[in-house]
Design a protein around this ligand. Structure first.
Ligand code: GZL
Ligand code: ZN
Length: 340
């Protein structure tokens, strides 16, 4: 009887907290409760606060968690879509704490503003594993470890690639006018890609970064901001777009403005993520090069939880392997080997 009351009280509290959730958050899933028997049956209960569903990359990333944190594998997954709002993620984490989950997985939309809630998780004795993006906190002990991409390296590689490409085209001395579509400001992916590319940009006196603007990693905003750039600048040589969905929007804007992109076009496009649709766009000749960002993080996080369950130590920072693809490669063959 006591357990039943506990379960009901927990439900009421978490429904109250989530009741304030804004937007179309999937309340059913976010206030989903697991019955005590779930824990009794030996399941590991995992609360996962995901950024949102803003891009093809994100969809692939979410799927990589859903497909491994299954009941067959001994897990009960509480999945919460943050709808790209930090306040939703903060509510989700507090809900997970209330429900006394065994682990919290957090993909933080931005790097700052997490100290208090991570302290609450620590006080509740719940380990937090960061996946994909990271956080800036006073005390690094507030999270167990982080798994994801080396975003700075992705950006630096993009700068290196452009250097080589312009060399090949005999344009090393030319003034190169560049615009950048940035991802969500203060997200690890945006910070790393912007700073990584800038580490090469700063060495090239003839590269002229005309403007940075965020388009929040979405296709719609990518089109909107690129249209603004095309209105404002009649000579754009390079677009650096910090994810493929913003690139898809930018290509639409370029076409509608009657301008051109791709290997024979006016605008050289460098993109990030390397999702399938982008590989196809490269085959069409719309994008020059794409820097992979591996979304398949679920299995890596699951392996970490298994090791923690056995009392093993885990490395604090764990990078995933990544490469890049450009139109000089056999993209059709490469695409056959990829799962996303
Ligand atoms: C990068 C990830 C970014 C992707 C975008 O790891 O955080 O967020 O590059 C996604 O597609 O929106
Ligand atoms: Zn030019």
């Amino acid at each position: 009887m006591k357990k039943k009351i506990k379960c009901v009280i927990r439900f009421l509290i978490s429904a109250f907290i989530l009741g304030g959730c804004t937007g179309k958050q999937n309340v059913q899933e976010s206030s989903q409760l697991y019955d005590e028997t779930v824990r009794g049956d030996g399941y590991i209960v995992v609360g996962f606060s995901q950024v949102g569903s803003e891009s093809d990359w994100r969809i692939g990333n979410t799927e990589s968690f859903r497909s491994i944190f299954t009941e067959e594998n001994g897990y009960y997954l509480l999945f919460e879509d943050g709808q790209q709002k930090q306040e939703n993620q903060l509510k989700s984490i507090r809900n997970f704490i209330l429900q006394e989950v065994d682990y919290i997985i957090l993909d933080p939309i931005v790097e700052t503003g997490w100290d208090a809630v991570l302290q609450e998780a620590k006080d509740a004795g719940i380990p937090v594993i960061l996946a994909d993006r990271s956080v800036k906190v006073e005390d690094e002990d507030l999270y167990t470890c982080w798994v994801g991409s080396n975003f700075h390296e992705e950006g630096r590689r993009a700068g290196e690639w452009l250097l080589d490409y312009l060399e090949e085209q005999g344009r090393s001395e030319e003034t190169i006018n560049i615009v950048t579509l940035q991802g969500t400001i203060d997200s690890s992916a945006q910070i790393g890609r912007t700073e990584g590319f800038k580490s090469i940009l700063d060495t090239q006196a003839n590269w002229n970064m005309m403007e940075y603007q965020s388009a929040d990693f979405t296709q719609a905003k990518g089109k909107e901001v690129m249209s603004y750039f095309l209105e404002k600048y009649d000579d754009i040589d390079v677009l650096v777009s910090e994810n493929d969905n913003m690139t898809f929007g930018a290509v639409e804007a370029i076409r509608e403005a009657g301008r051109t992109c791709g290997p024979d076009g006016e605008i050289i496009i460098l993109s990030f993520d390397s999702v399938r649709a982008a590989m196809e766009a490269m085959l069409q000749g719309e994008i020059h090069v794409d820097f992979e960002c591996n979304p398949i993080l679920g299995p890596k996080v699951e392996e970490i939880i298994r090791r923690l369950e056995k009392g093993e130590a885990v490395e604090k920072i764990q990078y995933v392997e990544e490469q890049y693809f450009d139109t000089s490669m056999d993209l059709e063959k490469i695409m056959e080997t990829r799962t996303y």
